[in-house]
Design a protein. Structure first.
Length: 226
């Protein structure tokens, strides 16, 4: 059995912030590292806390994670990537407990990176279509509600679009960081129908956070151009 990997967002991947794989016809990008076309491994790691939130019959449930790292592979034309490793730690929730989030069925694939600049904003986008294998499990302890353990399951059922910023962008979410960055801004996962859902779990959860994106194992400065 493959070792399970922890994930903050699948998003989740995000996450999820740099996974990309799909048909080349749908991608329009040139990814470079230090000015040279780059195909290879990349790592996204959080800048500040990442949050995951949802509302259920228990009220608003907000999880805050202090550390999250996602590892992926990407081709220089914005295709052929795979999200293949995720690590998370330091997750607590607003009900006085902890949240443990695990990505099942890795690797994930199916997105494209596109050069899509917006004046005063992003330089590119990461688009992730619904991904059949995606399965994120969250196990929460909720002591203030008298619930010792609540297990929730989520998947991606709608296309997500995340903003990406080049290393030299003046519009990066975290100006003091020298690396390329990605931003999660309310992108959501939906509750799975299998296994049978617990009605106390939010029907959907939204993720927010900023991430730096760096080639690995050799560091470089990433950019997405036409």
């Amino acid at each position: 059995m493959k070792k399970l990997r922890r994930i903050a967002v699948p998003a989740l991947g995000a996450t999820a912030l740099v996974m990309a794989s799909a048909t080349a016809a749908l991608a329009s990008a040139t990814i470079t590292s230090n000015g040279v076309a780059y195909s290879g491994d990349v790592r996204a790691s959080n800048l500040g806390n990442a949050t995951i939130s949802g509302v259920s019959t228990l009220g608003a449930i907000i999880t805050t994670c202090t550390s999250a790292t996602l590892d992926a592979y990407i081709n220089s034309n914005g295709t052929g990537g795979v999200l293949n490793g995720v690590t998370i730690s330091g997750c607590t929730n607003n009900k006085g407990g902890t949240t443990t989030i695990t990505a099942l069925n890795l690797p994930y694939s199916g997105g494209t990176v596109n050069h899509a600049p917006v004046a005063g904003g992003r330089d590119a986008t990461l688009t992730i279509p619904p991904n059949a294998p995606s399965h994120v499990q969250a196990v929460l302890t909720l002591p203030s509600l008298g619930i010792p353990s609540l297990t929730c399951h989520y998947t991606l059922t709608t296309t997500l679009t995340l903003d990406l910023y080049n290393h030299n962008s003046a519009n990066k979410p975290v100006a003091g960081n020298a690396q390329a960055q990605g931003k999660l801004n309310g992108q959501s996962l939906q509750r799975r129908t299998s296994p049978a859902p617990d009605a106390r779990c939010p029907a959907s959860v939204a993720a927010n956070g900023n991430f730096q994106i760096v080639p690995t194992p050799t560091a470089g400065l990433l950019a997405v151009g036409p």
